[in-house]
Design a protein around this ligand. Structure first.
Ligand code: TYD
Length: 207
């Protein structure tokens, strides 16, 4: 009998701004820890170290940022994140819960900013070195709910306007339509506990 090779899982949380995914991520973290799993919570952009500096530029730089430059900054952050944090943890058997990942670039820079989707998919693939999430939640909300949750203090991305929001939202729904076994859409307009019920149902089948 050989030793069983333990392999973790890579689960990503996606959705437009104000969808409540971070709250759900933290609820799932508590649930999984209680069940005895090793869990790592991380995020894009800006997990640790270099990533924090890239995040600061992306969200707070107040000069002109070209759409391609913005994409490359998210992708640079992603490459560092996969290599130094996500892959090592998954290889060790940890369940990695990641707040945003490749689908954010497809939804925001592709559908939102209008950059070529094939190119973005190719660049995402380079940034991740081919590593893909095992499961992705897309938290779907309408614009009114989103605006209420984001509040008055908006960062550079959140200030992009209603049309942009709707393109991002529809982009996520397209992604889910194209990859239904990986990407699960959650109705995130409901109360926190009801949203989490939907998450749990999927996780129980998945694990
Ligand atoms: P953040 O404060 O982390 O927002 P949230 O809490 O909604 O995740 O800011 C991340 C912002 O960056 C968010 O507006 C989405 C955007 N983003 C992209 O445009 N492309 C990407 O590839 C990623 C990872 C994020």
């Amino acid at each position: 009998m050989g030793t069983e090779i333990k392999k973790g899982k890579f689960i990503t949380f996606e959705g437009a701004d104000g969808c409540g995914k971070t709250t759900q991520l933290n609820l799932l973290k508590e649930y999984l820890l209680n069940e005895g799993y090793d869990v790592l919570v991380t995020r894009e952009p800006g997990a640790k170290g270099l990533g924090e500096k890239v995040r600061d530029i992306l969200l707070n730089y107040d000069g002109v940022v070209s759409d391609r430059c913005e994409s490359f900054l998210f992708l640079a952050d992603r490459a560092q994140h996969i290599d130094t944090i996500v892959k090592p943890a998954v290889d060790e058997g940890t369940i990695v819960l990641c707040d945003r990942h490749t689908d954010s670039t497809v939804a925001y820079q592709g559908y939102g900013r209008g950059l070529d989707l094939n190119q973005i998919n190719m660049l995402n693939n380079i940034a991740t070195n081919g590593m893909k999430p095992d499961l992705t939640f897309v938290f779907d909300v309408d614009i009114e709910t989103s605006m209420r949750r984001v509040g008055a203090e908006k960062d550079r991305m959140e200030s992009a306007g209603n049309d942009f929001f709707n393109r991002v939202r529809n982009g996520y729904l397209e992604i889910a339509k194209n990859e239904p076994s990986r990407v699960k859409v959650i109705n995130a307009t409901m109360q926190i506990e009801d949203v989490f019920e939907q998450v749990l149902k999927i996780i129980k089948t998945f694990l």
